[in-house]
Design a protein. Structure first.
Ligand SMILES: Cc1cc2nc3c(=O)[nH]c(=O)nc-3n(C[C@H](O)[C@H](O)[C@H](O)COP(=O)(O)OP(=O)(O)OC[C@H]3O[C@@H](n4cnc5c(N)ncnc54)[C@H](O)[C@@H]3O)c2cc1C
Ligand code: FES
Length: 363
């Protein structure tokens, strides 16, 4: 019997096995665990893909890995002591056994690039633009789940991520809520120059911030600013399903104008008996009746025990960073916190991280 020669490349290929599913896949030299998993059709949770948000955290049970790209900024000393790894950055140096959550609902959804046309552009708030994008020239609609995001592909090879604010539509319509970041290249261009009829190249769907339907637990949704976009898509999905699970929706912003679509969740709260809406503003507004403070503090005030809930949150990194541990301390199991953190784009993060010690390459 002839046996194939073992090549140097084959020796460099590492195998990752996941617990509890038993799924296993091969990782090519220089590839991250997340990239290899996606190539193999295994859906591990992720959001920023830059080592910053922590949503791709898994536990290393056997083996070793390296971080040749961005450092694992999201892992604190305690997480490292408990053998946590970030699969979006980890490159195996041996075969690995990992304990990792998976998101089977996104497994069969292939991502792709497509041209879209700006079908509508409107101002939602002084610094938030609404966009409706339609597939261009007979492109088939993007297959996707509520809550996922897309990347806008820029001419210089950079990408900018935006959550899709509506569920999948038969005509392929995609709604975005874009905050104008002061000094931000792309969002300034959207704010000042993008016109109806312009074309954009996008890639999607991305991310694993999607409805989890395999649960009967009450749900809390917490949005900060334009973090309302994916929460809107997920809540609309559960309303369409006719769920009887309790839905508590908290939307925090600096002021009332930034709660740019508050009439919509107010109408849900009127029409859907199991949904309550809580608007929270952080700037002091003596004349306003709105609840004042930080949105995660409002959640914890109303729900000091989170052990029975499923929790969805989305918004600025400061809000996500301030909330995590507080929610776990209130009894929320880690595997029931689903989130998207609206981090800087990977190239901006890479520049920031490259300024710190220990970075050999950035991506
Ligand atoms: C998964 C995901 C989903 C997202 N969804 C949305 C969404 O639905 N709506 C939305 O408005 N945004 C969303 N964002 C954030 C959005 O991608 C950034 O705001 C955008 O990349 C900024 O691009 P820019 O070219 O305008 O700014 P850049 O030119 O990249 O940045 C210029 C400067 O602005 C600052 N900056 C950049 N990004 C941010 C930021 N996010 N927050 C604060 N300061 C920043 C930095 O100091 C940077 O140096 C999402 C991000 C992620 C990762
Ligand atoms: S840290 Fe890995 S996806 Fe954000």
């Amino acid at each position: 019997m002839l046996s194939a020669p073992i090549t140097a490349t084959m020796c460099l290929v590492k195998t990752v096995t996941l617990k509890p599913s038993g799924h296993h896949f091969e990782v090519a030299p220089g590839e991250t665990v997340l990239e290899a998993a996606q190539r193999a059709g295994v859906a591990l949770p992720y959001s920023c893909r830059a080592g910053v948000c922590g949503s791709c955290k898994a536990t290393l049970l056997q083996g070793r890995c390296d971080y040749p790209f961005n450092p694992p900024v999201a892992l604190d000393a305690n997480a490292l002591a408990h053998h946590a790894v970030l699969v979006c950055q980890a490159v195996p140096t041996t075969d690995l056994l990992l304990e990792a959550r998976e998101v089977p609902s996104v497994e069969d959804i292939a991502r792709r690039q497509l041209d879209v046309r700006v079908d509508d552009k409107w101002r939602l708030a002084p610094d938030v633009i609404g966009l409706r994008l339609m597939p261009h020239d007979g492109e088939p609609p993007l297959k996707r789940l509520p809550g996922q995001y897309l990347d806008v592909l820029l001419d210089d090879g950079k990408r900018r991520s935006f959550s899709i604010a509506n569920g999948p539509q038969p005509d392929g319509a995609i709604e975005l809520h874009v905050r104008h970041i002061t000094g931000g290249g792309f969002t300034s261009w959207v704010n000042d120059r993008l016109r109806i009829g312009d074309r954009l190249r996008v890639e999607g769907p991305l991310g694993t911030f999607v409805p989890r339907e395999d649960s009967e637990r009450p749900m809390i949704f917490m949005a900060g600013g334009t973090g309302f976009a994916p929460i809107k898509a997920i809540v609309e999905h559960f309303i369409e399903l006719g769920t009887r699970r309790s839905m508590q929706l908290y939307w925090g912003a600096r002021n009332e104008a930034e709660l740019y679509m508050h009439a919509l969740p107010e109408s849900w709260a009127r029409d859907v008996p199991n949904l309550q809406f809580h608007a929270v503003v952080s700037d002091a507004q003596p004349a306003s009746n709105l609840r004042h403070g930080l949105v995660h503090e409002a959640v914890l005030h109303d729900h000091p025990d989170l052990s029975a809930h499923d929790f969805y949150m989305s918004g600025p990194p400061a809000m996500i960073g301030a909330s995590h541990q507080r929610f776990f301390d209130a009894g929320l199991p880690e595997d029931r916190l689903y989130y998207d953190s609206f981090e800087y784009a990977p190239d901006v993060l890479a520049q920031i991280l490259a300024g710190r010690a220990g970075i050999r390459h950035v991506r």
